[in-house]
Design a protein around this ligand. Sequence first.
Ligand SMILES: Cc1ncc(COP(=O)(O)O)c(C=O)c1O
Length: 428
Amino acid sequence: MSDLFTRAQSVIPGGVDSPVRAFGSVGGAPVFIDRASGPHIHSGDREYIDLVGSWGPALLGHAHPQVVDAVQRAASKGLSFGAPTEAEVELAELVIDRVAPVQKIRFVSTGTEATMTAIRLARGFTGRDLVVKFAGCYHGHEDNMLVAAGSGVATFGMSSSAGVPKGTVEDTVVLPYNNREAVTDLFETHGDRIAAIIAEAAPANMGLVPPEPGFNAFLKEQCEKAGALLILDEVLTGFRLSKSGMWGIDQEVPYSPDLLTFGKVIGGGMPIAALGGRADVMDYLAPLGPVYQAGTLSGNPLATAAGIATLKLADDTVYETINRASEALSTGFSQALTEAGVAHTIQKVGSLFSILFSDTPATNYDEVAAQDQFRYPPFFHSLLEDGIHLPPSVFEAYFVSATHDDAIINRILEAAPKAARAAAEATA
Ligand SMILES: Cc1ncc(COP(=O)(O)O)c(C=O)c1O
């Protein structure tokens, strides 16, 4: 397989179409996948149990027969029309039915497009420029979200990518996650300039960092007082943590985001994403309103068919199964690490979890970054050797599917003690 990686590197920058796939932070050559089914991916003659799930979409397991069938039936009727379809309306109705704050929805092709459009819409609707994001939250690769994390205090944007004009990010403010004081201070000084706060509903792109109870509701309250909008990014958590995403299990203090963004599970593995929310805000989008957004492949019939089939199949049993699988897996990993004497914390929200190599739970990016990161590559490679495919970075969450049954979880956990010992032996 490393021959293929060499071949890939000569024609594709880094050999990959998305950086994390290159195994940069764990070393070695990535697994090139030829097919996947249920909880498994296959590479040549090797089979792996997959805990990446295409970074989230594979809620039902890979290549669910009914989803594949829906896509094949749609494909036989034409691949793209660039015109409205009944299927788009059906998918819109399914989302609106599940997520109460969504009154209207617009489909796009990627999560990046969804958050980019939501931010433009918030700016257009409020007539303000500043957007607040949190260090360690990822919202896609649009220019104004590629902003470095400031630590402790608010930093006015400095891009973490080359090629982003300074002017593009100077209206992005980065705050430490879970820090109410930093939010309050910013709103006191600049509240009338803030268009929106964008936050991952439950941050999962720095490993899992649970929002402290009521944090999202607090963000909404701050926004409402200042005439700003709350954009809840559910690209990763939407339809994964519950039928109505993180929002649905985060109502101890009830709140209603103004806009939400979706991706991943909403297309069951096909390229479709969306932004939705308050009808008065959504109607600011063209053709009704002055905020422009468009897409040749938006609402593509194959992607829409996969989304409809996936959401219809995502019933209570699916969520019970993935919750149980993730509980057994995280508990088993934790036991193995404890027995090997490795300091760690399971960071978990619903069925999403990650392992933090520190015995102090992390509440923000700086705390995540301070863990014993060097313990992850040997842990990862030991499991890979034993046929378990984990995310190739300590900063990513583990994804289980409805096909990760007891037998699959037991097979992963049989391999865990060796991986835990490898993590214990690692040196900085
Ligand atoms: C929370 C969140 N928002 C936005 C995105 C961007 O989505 P996409 O990769 O489809 O552009 C991601 C991708 O991982 C994400 O996790």
